[in-house]
Design a protein around this ligand. Structure first.
Ligand SMILES: NC(=O)c1ccc[n+]([C@@H]2O[C@H](COP(=O)([O-])OP(=O)(O)OC[C@H]3O[C@@H](n4cnc5c(N)ncnc54)[C@H](O)[C@@H]3O)[C@@H](O)[C@H]2O)c1
Ligand SMILES: [Zn+2]
Ligand SMILES: [Zn+2]
Length: 383
């Protein structure tokens, strides 16, 4: 079968790989129909995620048709068209029982933090991902959800990661009616977080980035205010001035380890890897939120330590909430939001690229070329 193949930082290509096999009675084999490239894939592509092995297939945001099921799979049958959450979760461990599907204790024996994730290095379990024609889906009774017949496939694929992540970013912010919410990052995740903030009752939503085309899109799509941090001077001072010097009620970090905007952070976190990512956006979030406010972090950082202004967290009495999105927990309510038209995920898709051109697709998304926001890869037999 055709599959994306990681050859080292900034080098991916399409290759032939063996067809995946059922390895456990709860496995399913899925023929992929859509597969996205996520901002998280860029951390792998840029060589920032520990134990990303040459030969791995990325892709954790996909839909597909069930081709084969193991003997213990009861929830799915051959021919079902499913959305597969990016988290791999057993459904029965103490963390899954709390619906912390991103923190499953069984699916990733290598780590005590993150659970298994499709196509996300051996740090996240070493599973091959969905940027391929076929993929093995473990614990098939737990994660996959049959796509409602009235749902567009392009909406469905975005329900496997970016929509739940944006929604959970807003949810973790504990947004109350009347709140001012600031979202750092106008990538797909930040745009979705801004959009979802309104669903929780926000009164004012501000998004901050430095890519004008994304800010323009966010302004229209999420009906929010949008500012370029390059022209704000000090983004924290700007946020104070625009909130009567209180600060925002909620700040969301939808940027993560590869944040731009501060040369020292970039050197420590991206060039020399002396810390687990550049924490520039996180600094702005912590310093730009009001006393007693909430900082919600969905941006991904490495496992090693990183400089954050912990004194300000303590002295301002902040609440920090963070996690990988728990996709399976949110799926039912997000299906409802999409089918009722409150969220229109597919509008963020700017690029549909054949799987065979995966190398070019990564380059376009990584370099933010061609006004790229969200890229969907289409395998040859998926049309
Ligand atoms: N927690 C989860 O479950 C989860 C799921 C999906 C993605 N993520 C993470 O969310 C983050 C965003 O994902 P994405 O797909 O939107 O990625 P993306 O790379 O497309 O978007 C990131 C955006 O942040 C902007 N940016 C850079 N520095 C900034 C700064 N200092 N302030 C404000 N904006 C800045 C970039 O210009 C870019 O538009 C990534 O770290 C990704 O790994 C987390
Ligand atoms: Zn992702
Ligand atoms: Zn579990």
């Amino acid at each position: 079968m055709l599959a994306m193949n990681f050859r080292g930082p900034f080098r991916v290509r399409i290759d032939r790989k063996p067809y995946p096999e059922i390895l456990h009675p709860e496995d399913a084999i899925v023929r992929v129909t859509r597969s996205c490239i996520c901002g998280s894939d860029l951390h792998l592509y840029h060589g920032l995620v520990p134990d990303t092995r040459v030969g791995m297939t990325f892709g954790h945001e996909f839909t597909g048709i069930v081709e084969e099921v193991g003997s213990d799979v009861t929830k799915l049958k051959v021919g079902d068209h499913v959305m597969v959450p990016f988290n791999i979760a057993c459904g029965t461990c103490s963390f899954c029982k709390q619906e912390l599907y991103g923190n499953c204790h069984e699916s990733n024996p290598e780590a005590t933090a993150v659970g298994g994730i499709f196509g996300y290095s051996h740090t996240a379990g070493g599973f091959d991902g969905g940027q391929a024609e076929f993929v093995r889906v473990p614990y098939a009774n737990v994660g996959p959800t049959v796509i409602p017949p009235e749902m567009d496939l392009d909406d469905a694929v975005l329900l496997t990661d970016v929509v739940p992540t944006g929604y959970q970013a807003a949810e973790m912010g504990g947004i109350k009616v009347g709140d001012t919410v600031v979202v750092f990052g106008a990538g797909p995740v930040g745009i979705m977080a801004a959009k979802c903030s309104w669903l929780f009752g926000a009164d004012r939503v501000i998004i901050i980035d430095h890519l004008e085309y994304r800010l323009e899109f966010a302004k229209k799509y999420a009906q929010c205010e949008a500012y370029n941090f390059r022209s704000l001077g000090d983004p924290v001072l700007f946020l104070k001035k625009t909130t009567d010097y209180f600060g925002a009620d909620v700040c969301i970090d939808a940027v993560g380890a590869e944040a731009a905007g501060n040369a020292i952070q970039t050197i420590l976190g991206r060039k020399t890897l002396l810390q687990g990512g550049s924490t520039t956006a996180l600094h702005w979030a912590i310093n730009g939120v009001k006393k007693g406010g909430i900082v919600s972090i969905v941006g991904v950082y490495g496992p090693t330590g990183a400089l954050v202004p912990v004194g300000n967290i303590v002295n301002k009495g902040l609440t920090i909430r963070a996690n990988q999105a728990s996709v399976a927990r949110l799926m039912p309510r997000l299906i409802d939001h999409v089918l009722s038209g409150r969220i229109n995920p597919k509008e963020i898709i700017t690029h549909r690229i054949p799987l065979e051109e995966v190398s070019e697709a990564y380059h376009i998304f990584s370099a933010k070329r061609d006004n790229c926001i969200k890229t969907v890869l289409i395998p040859p037999r998926a049309a």
